[in-house]
Design a protein around this ligand. Structure first.
Ligand code: HEC
Ligand code: HEC
Length: 234
């Protein structure tokens, strides 16, 4: 018997004997979801805390940054939301998808409180830009704004159909304004007020990040400005 078969067998017993009080049911759907996450090999591509792969976004704060409704939609069929995504459709059964969503919703970044935050290593503390880059990737800015802020992630019912790119924010915002923008987050205006609201919003990062972490993010975003060419620079 393979590890996964054994795991699924244990899981079905666990389901049989799980209680029916609603509180314990939701607690157990989270732990079942955690088991499925391992069983389906999601960690090959995704990190949670200090473990997992890097082909896809870090999911340590996924329950803070994305809504339950969106997560369910995404897991149903990733390429339907984002064409050409590397993430395969797992054709999950409804009950499995529900448990997995409950698990993802429970991941709000608390893991970083108990373990050392990955961007607080001493070499990074001495280099705010690099530290900002590590925060950008670890807390999942990358999951909405793309690798190095290049964008390309879809949103529904917004002008242009996409989440903003961040490579030119240095031209539009002072450092203080930029920090405030990240701290407070925002809800995009719907392109068409008659259609359903955009499902992806900019989270208020001040709720989980400290002032010095926001400062490091600002340093990183400022560094993304494309280099000014020699001609323009005269
Ligand atoms: C082959 C690699 C791969 C596997 C396996 C994989 N994913 Fe993904 N996943 C990605 C990539 C890449 C993205 C980002 C979307 C993109 O850029 O295409 C993503 C995005 C996501 C997101 C949204 C992240 C965000 O920041 O918005 C969630 C949630 C997610 N995956 C969950 C899962 C779960 C649950 C599983 C297992 C059932 C899984 N993934 C398996 C590659 C993978
Ligand atoms: C869940 C998706 C999501 C995540 C994760 C996310 N953002 Fe955003 N962000 C958005 C959306 C959507 C907007 C547009 C908001 C609007 O139109 O009001 C936005 C806007 C912004 C803007 C303003 C850009 C402009 O041109 O007006 C900045 C700066 C920004 N985000 C930085 C960040 C940083 C830094 C992080 C990580 C700490 C982050 N975002 C994580 C979705 C996200």
């Amino acid at each position: 018997m393979t590890k996964i078969q054994f795991f699924l067998l244990t899981l079905s017993f666990a389901t049989l004997f799980s209680g029916c009080a609603s509180q314990s049911e939701s607690a157990s759907s989270v732990s079942r979801g955690e088991g499925y996450f391992a069983g389906y090999g999601c960690a090959t591509c995704h990190r949670i805390g200090n473990e997992g792969g890097r082909l896809g976004p870090d999911l340590t704060t996924i329950g803070f940054r994305k809504s339950k409704e969106w997560l369910d939609l995404w897991l149903k069929n990733p390429p339907e939301w984002k064409k050409n995504t590397l993430m395969p459709n797992f054709y999950l059964k409804d009950s499995i998808r529900k448990d997995m969503v409950d698990y993802l919703v429970s991941l709000k970044g608390d893991l970083y409180e108990s373990k050392e935050r990955p961007w607080n290593k001493s070499d990074l503390m001495a280099d705010p830009r690099k530290r900002g880059e590590t925060i950008f990737n670890s807390v999942g800015c990358v999951g909405c704004h793309g690798v190095t802020g290049k964008g390309g992630y879809p949103n529904n019912n917004v002008v242009g159909g996409a989440i903003p790119t961040l490579t030119r924010v240095a031209d539009g915002f002072s450092k203080e304004e930029l920090k405030d923008r990240i701290r407070k987050g925002s809800i995009p205006a719907p392109a068409n007020p008659q259609s359903p609201s955009p499902m992806i919003t900019m989270p208020a990062w001040g709720k989980i990040l400290k002032e010095d972490e926001l400062d490091a993010l600002v340093e990183y975003l400022y560094s993304l400005r494309p280099p000014v060419s020699e001609e323009e620079a005269w």
